[in-house]
Design a protein. Structure first.
Length: 243
């Protein structure tokens, strides 16, 4: 049976001291966790998300510190497993859920940010453990996902047969005509939900789930083209896709 070495390639490149619990290694790990958290926080803050620069720095450095505390306590024989790290991950996962909310258009907001906070915690733990290579590779993958995959995700969603719309009608009676128009276009209505946030506002607002059935419509039209066509209906006050 072969036991693989846990020697970290980047740690080995820096020097043997980077894998120890020396003062220099502790400063390096906390500093690196601070830097990675700051970069992620800048990306989130620049896109006006709830959790920003300070939040991500705190999450990353706290996680790295928790892992360093666990390693020190385990080395001293005071712990048999990384209890502080486990509690940190659970605590941050719980806190990150507070960034998830529902808008007046029934859109789920903050889900990506909540997962990014949790992911940053995991990466902070990895850096705190001295696994620099795993931490940096995982961090690069996370930043790639947050910064570079938005256009691809939008392209895929715009060509999906399934999408949701936020619909505002001048009168409630217009809903029947609207659904009849959709059927004529070859679009199936999967679900209609009245939005209570607009009660007594003088307009009727709905969240509608749709499936495109018509082959020509699938091939030649994007969601935007379909929505632009529906916007021209007299009784439609406003319509947009929920992303």
């Amino acid at each position: 049976m072969f036991i693989q070495s846990l020697e970290d390639p980047i740690g080995a490149l820096i020097g043997g001291w980077a894998g120890e619990l020396s003062l220099g290694a502790i400063i390096l790990r906390i500093g690196l966790a601070f830097l990675l958290g700051a970069i992620t926080g800048c990306e989130r803050a620049s896109n006006r998300h709830i959790a920003g620069l300070r939040t991500f720095i705190l999450v990353s450095t706290a996680s790295a510190s928790a892992m360093l505390a666990d390693l020190s306590l385990m080395q001293a024989g005071m712990l048999s497993f990384p209890a502080v790290s486990a509690a940190t991950v659970l605590g941050i996962a719980n806190i990150s859920t507070y960034s998830i909310s529902y808008s007046s258009k029934n859109q789920i907001k903050g889900l990506t940010t909540a997962v990014a906070v949790w992911s940053t915690s995991i990466i902070g733990l990895t850096i705190g453990a001295g696994l620099y290579t795993a931490g940096l590779v995982g961090y690069a993958a996370m930043i790639l996902c947050l910064s570079c995959l938005n256009p691809m995700e939008a392209w895929l969603k715009d060509r999906s047969n399934h999408f949701e719309i936020h619909l505002e009608l001048s009168e409630r009676s217009g809903l029947q005509d609207f659904t009849a128009t959709l059927r004529k276009l070859g679009v199936r209505v999967d679900d209609i939900e009245s939005n209570p946030a607009y009660l007594n506002s003088g307009i009727s607002v709905y969240t509608i789930s749709l499936t495109v059935l018509d082959k020509e419509l699938k091939k030649d039209r994007t969601h935007k083209n379909t929505i632009d066509a529906l916007q021209s209906l007299d009784y439609v006050r406003y319509i947009e896709e929920i992303r």
